[in-house]
Design a protein around this ligand. Structure first.
Ligand code: AMP
Ligand code: MG
Length: 409
């Protein structure tokens, strides 16, 4: 049996970053730049005022206060003055406006009194000359990295790129991922169910997970357990960047997926020392990566997170492929099977303790919806005790699941 890491290495070995495309800045959230963007201009572009108040020369206000100065200039935001401020003078200035030449200090309006005849009285000042002055380039100097390649862009990256005047981004294409559901007992939600049949819950988990991983799902529907129908549906995946199928990869009489794949593409099948998700069928279909996930709902989702998630990120040019992990303290005893790496659905609390969601059967999809993480119990460990340190893998989007603001512990 392979370890999870060995299976991941094989699967990712065949994956390359997709070609690039140009998108408008506003569509950049979650996209991955083809190369880092560096600042071509200083931000802010000039020394400017952090306050509404008066620009002065520090030498005029560094001594005994109050002093009176002549208001010799007026600079609103968007203004620009080339008139050098002289000793004994102040310039009325507003937040974001560039300092006039000669000025090196901003006195807040609240520390002044406007007097008759273009005079102002300065009652107190800040600590030093550069107080309330935002120096040119304090956010970004020319040449600074504005946004990195190799990870999805965040709202803050987009703000920085906008501050540089970048209107378009060169990003890796999102992978288009075909989803194929299989099984005579599987139906679409909304349809009438014959006795003993079930709905295709997995396809909807995968549609969502592919989106969360940055891909574009293309759901092809459900194939019945016949060679002909599987062939038809796999043909429909032609042109996609990857294909994910659900079910039909075990050793049952009606599990034809591997046979059809061996014929239409290249098919490998391994047992991985991971539970849930021991069987793993993968390979290539139409010269693109193929992932044959198990049909049991939890196995399907957990396998996706270990194999398809990193592959889709690699296709987008990410360098950091895997879901984040944390150290945590387990809140109860937990038995495990020392032949497998077990991934237990669990809830990580803000205090760093973690507890399973209850029964862990691979068909219990509700264990996944209650969870915000997976407790990883590696091979070789058969028993954990309350208070033991464990590694947890955070589920996508689960980081902020918390009922209270929580800012004060
Ligand atoms: P299989 O690998 O096809 O034998 O499927 C294993 C188990 O997963 C069976 O109980 C199937 O009914 C179930 N299953 C297969 N596909 C789906 C699906 N799309 N949604 C929910 N359950 C599924
Ligand atoms: Mg089946």
């Amino acid at each position: 049996m392979l370890t999870v890491e060995q299976a991941q290495a094989i699967l990712l070995g065949g994956v390359v970053a997709l070609p690039t495309e140009t998108v408008p800045l506003a569509d950049g959230l979650g996209r991955v730049l083809a190369s880092a963007v560096h600042a071509t201009r200083a931000q802010p572009p000039a020394d400017n005022s952090a306050m509404d108040g008066y620009a002065v020369r520090w030498a005029d206000v560094a001594g005994e206060l109050p002093v009176e100065l002549t208001v010799a200039d007026l600079i609103p935001a968007g203004g620009w003055s080339e008139r050098e401020l002289q000793l004994g003078e102040a310039a009325r200035i507003f937040t974001g406006a560039p300092l006039p030449p000669g000025a090196d200090h901003i006195v807040m309006q609240e520390r002044t009194e406007a007097l008759d005849g273009d005079r102002v009285r300065i009652d107190s000042t800040g600590q030093g000359p550069q107080d309330n002055v935002r120096p040119a380039g304090e956010d970004l100097a020319v040449g600074d990295e504005t946004a990195p390649a190799g990870r999805p862009l965040t709202f803050a990256d987009l703000a920085l790129l906008a501050s540089q005047g970048v209107a378009e981004l060169t990003v890796h294409r999102r992978p288009v991922v075909a989803i194929v559901s299989t099984g005579d007992e599987i139906h679409e939600p909304g349809e009438e169910l014959p006795p003993g049949h079930i709905y295709s819950s997995n396809s909807y988990a995968l549609i969502a997970l592919i989106r969360q991983a940055g891909g574009e799902p293309r759901y092809l529907g459900i194939a019945s357990d016949t060679r002909e129908d599987l062939r038809r549906i796999f043909e429909e995946a032609r042109g996609c960047d990857a294909t994910v199928s659900i079910g039909g990869v075990s050793v049952g009489d009606y599990d034809y997926v591997r046979e059809i794949l061996a014929d239409m593409g290249e098919q490998s099948f391994w047992k991985v020392a991971m539970r849930p998700g021991k069987p793993n069928a993968s390979g290539t279909l139409h010269d693109a990566p193929y992932f044959g996930l198990p049909g049991n709902p939890v196995s399907c989702m957990v396998s996706f997170l270990q194999y398809v998630w990193p592959a889709l990120r690699a296709m987008q040019g990410c360098t950091d492929l895997y879901l984040p992990t944390r150290a945590a303290t387990i809140a109860h005893d937990l038995k495990s099977n020392d032949r497998f790496l077990f991934l237990n659905r669990a809830v990580l609390s803000p205090d760093g303790t973690v507890a399973t969601t209850g029964p862990q059967g691979s068909g219990i999809a509700s264990s996944m919806s209650k969870a915000n993480c997976l407790i990883s119990v590696p091979e070789g460990v058969s028993q954990l005790r309350t208070g033991d340190e464990v590694v947890v893998q955070l589920l996508p989007g689960a980081g902020g699941a918390q009922g209270e603001p929580g800012l004060r512990g």
